[in-house]
Design a protein around this ligand. Structure first.
Ligand SMILES: [Zn+2]
Ligand SMILES: [Zn+2]
Length: 345
């Protein structure tokens, strides 16, 4: 899987110190910085966390540039998937990550834009990807029911391929589901821990964010949330904070927008760029990253009214390496124009 990254642009390797002024960074260019990490004593220098944003799009609308919410996090030889929105399996292939290598999935909540690619991952990861171990899924209440119903929905295919035709291993098409009951560590193996914490997605309860820690490195995913004090508390000291954002103006001007009342409700379930900037400023991560976010200059510019630290816009197939430095690698197909063909004066 190394080879896929050979094709990416290594565009922002520990560039640029802290940015203090808004404006010049509104174009979506990646910024990483070399702030000394809060590494655990004795942590090997080479050990770190790798994050791949598979899909960074907002909500259910089809978006060919930004697929549905999904993120891969790797550390200590383990690979975890967070959410499985539209196109997640296609992006896995593009990232060179074998679909069958995904056997642990963490869901932030059960809105369809976060889970709609699960059947593909479940079935094809087994039938083509040779997954021979159960798929283990963590998520809010209702996760177990959803996964059980998926197995029912595809019972014919499963029966044929497991019992009649190909005789693929039965273990690979079983699912172990965990309905997360409360905040806390939900996964811990070989020094890699995943902590679920509550965020505030309006009436969509519960909705979780996740914090991943490994040998003094850390990343937080907000999931879908409006401004959340709990997230700020849980993200304290984190290296990379991946946060959602909504563009109220974009939503209000969409030709297929629902009623004004529904639009207002949607906005109230999410975080505005100014609010996200405040979250970033208070958490002060080594790198703030948008996902589940419009990839627009306006969102970045509005964020800059409240936050001047390192900021990366939403971009599918973006790779973030968290080590002594935080490095960002762009996929050529999704990098902003300024990265594809630098126009630095
Ligand atoms: Zn969503
Ligand atoms: Zn949602």
């Amino acid at each position: 899987m190394r080879s896929i990254f050979a094709a990416t642009l290594f565009a922002a390797v520990a560039i640029a110190p802290l940015f203090s002024a808004p404006g010049p960074f509104a174009g979506g260019v990646a910024h990483a910085q070399a702030v000394p990490p809060a590494a655990a004593p004795g942590a090997p220098q080479s050990e770190g966390i790798k994050v791949v944003l598979l899909g960074t799009g907002v909500g259910p609308p089809v978006n060919l540039q930004q697929y549905g919410a999904s993120t891969v996090i790797e550390a200590g030889g383990q690979r975890l998937l967070f959410d499985c929105g539209r196109g997640a399996t296609l992006r896995l292939a593009q990232a060179g990550i074998p679909i069958g290598s995904i056997s642990r999935i963490f869901l932030t909540h059960l809105h369809s834009d976060h889970v709609i690619q699960l059947p593909d991952l479940l079935l094809v990861g087994w039938a083509v990807g040779h997954r021979a171990v159960p798929l283990t899924v963590w998520g809010p209440a209702g996760t177990r029911d959803m996964m059980d119903h998926l197995l029912q929905a595809f019972a014919f295919d499963i029966h044929m391929r497991r019992d009649v035709d190909e005789h693929f291993p039965a273990a690979g098409i079983t699912v172990t589901s965990h309905d997360i009951q409360q905040e806390g560590v939900v996964f811990s193996e070989n020094g890699l821990t995943v902590t679920a914490f509550l965020v505030d997605h309006g009436v969509v309860e519960p909705a979780f964010g996740y914090r991943v820690d490994y040998r003094g490195r850390s990343v937080v995913l907000s999931g879908d949330t409006r401004f959340s004090e709990n997230l700020i508390r849980r993200a304290r000291g984190v290296d990379v904070l991946i946060h959602e954002v909504i563009d109220p103006e974009m939503l209000r001007s969409r030709p297929d927008r629902p009623s004004a009342a529904v639009v207002d409700a949607i906005i109230a379930h999410h975080t505005t760029p100014e609010q996200a900037g405040t979250v970033f400023r208070r958490v002060a991560p080594r790198l703030a990253v948008y996902s589940h976010a419009p990839d627009t200059a306006r969102v970045l510019a509005q964020t800059r009214t409240t936050y001047s630290g390192p900021l990366q816009g939403a971009e599918d197939l973006l790779t973030i390496r968290i080590g002594d430095e935080v490095q960002v690698e762009h996929d050529p197909m999704h990098a902003p124009a300024a990265v594809r063909s630098p126009t630095t004066p």
